[in-house]
Design a protein around this ligand. Structure first.
Ligand code: BDR
Ligand code: CA
Length: 311
């Protein structure tokens, strides 16, 4: 039985790949996409989610729009310089015939959680505003989340948007603190494991050659490839969100250690840092932090699954 999956996302180039990866994976059944502000404005992340699903012929998957802004302090800046001003690396995908689900994201998510006979996995690969709102508005539904896999933070490395903070946490630290402190079965997939996991040009060429879906996915990556070269000094792309969704699809892909995590919500230079405990923790609010990754194997998994979309 495939595991019901929700992706909460701000597409976003690596978000787009993460959605395509889920659609290519028989282990999960992508039941809902919820969108959030983040890499670009909410209206764009929502439109991009619709278009990515349509690219894969899956405009039947509902897309519900979520939070326009972070919980307390407005997000200081977006990431158009990384993802392109429209969020998909300057690539214009065909519009979807599907309309946005009329329900707010938290309502759609709560209804799915309350009605699913199977535990639902939620992969949150954008700022955590929607998940924090779910916890506040529909705590009984939030308590039914089977697994929450978060792309965000860094336990042992610095940040990627400031010296201290990773982008998704920095975009809404108060939400991240609420989510990490909630005692949900959470895996934090942070920069510790995403930065070493680089999708190279050879892999991109493989799915680009597989057919029209792979070709578009590769086109979306081109601008990101240029950014990665400058920002990280890599000759490939760091597909953060796709790695988190890999862990959602195949639990245990990443080696984790259970630790306490606190998010810095001060307004100074440390804002958005995820501070992980030195020791393992048995506290009910501790989080499984991903610390070990077989980067070559996970990249091969991603490439072969994306190529299979055109099969
Ligand atoms: C995260 O930030 C966003 O720009 C990416 O989509 C990813 O979710 C990486 O820090
Ligand atoms: Ca993202």
């Amino acid at each position: 039985m495939p595991v019901p999956l929700v992706i909460d996302t701000d597409p976003g180039i690596d978000d787009a790949l993460a959605i395509l990866l889920a659609l290519a994976s028989p282990e999960v059944d992508l039941r809902l996409v919820t969108t959030v502000h983040g890499n670009v404005e909410l209206a764009r992340t929502t439109e991009n989610a619709l278009r990515v699903l349509h690219l894969a012929g899956r405009s039947d998957v509902p897309v519900a729009a979520g939070a326009r802004e972070s919980l307390v302090h407005p997000q200081p800046e977006r990431a158009g310089h990384v993802h392109g001003t429209a969020g998909l690396g300057g690539v214009e995908l065909a519009p979807s015939p599907a309309a946005v689900d009329p329900r707010p994201a938290v309502v759609a998510l709560a209804e799915l959680l309350m009605t699913s006979p199977e535990p639902v996995t939620v992969a949150a690969v954008g700022p955590l505003t929607n998940v924090a709102l779910l916890l506040r508005v529909f705590p009984d539904a939030a308590a039914r989340i089977g697994r929450l896999v978060v792309m965000g933070g860094a336990a042992w490395r610095g940040g990627n948007v400031t010296a201290a903070a990773e982008f998704n946490i920095w975009a809404d630290p108060e939400a991240a603190q609420a989510v990490f402190g909630a005692g949900l079965p959470t895996v934090m997939v942070g920069l510790d494991v995403t930065l070493p996991t680089v999708l190279g040009e050879e892999g991109i060429a493989r799915f680009a050659a597989a057919g029209p879906i792979g070709n578009r996915a590769a086109a979306i990556l081109q601008q990101y490839l240029d950014h990665a070269r400058t920002a990280y000094g890599t000759t490939g792309v760091v597909v953060h969100d796709a790695l988190a969704v890999t862990e959602a699809i195949l639990p245990g892909t990443l080696g984790t250690v259970r630790r306490d995590v606190v998010v810095d919500t001060s307004l100074g230079p440390e804002r958005g840092r995820t501070v992980a405990g030195e020791r393992e923790s048995a506290a009910p609010t501790a989080v499984e932090i991903a610390e070990k990754v077989d980067s070559a194997a996970t990249v091969e998994f991603l490439v072969s699954r994306l190529a299979s979309l055109d099969g």
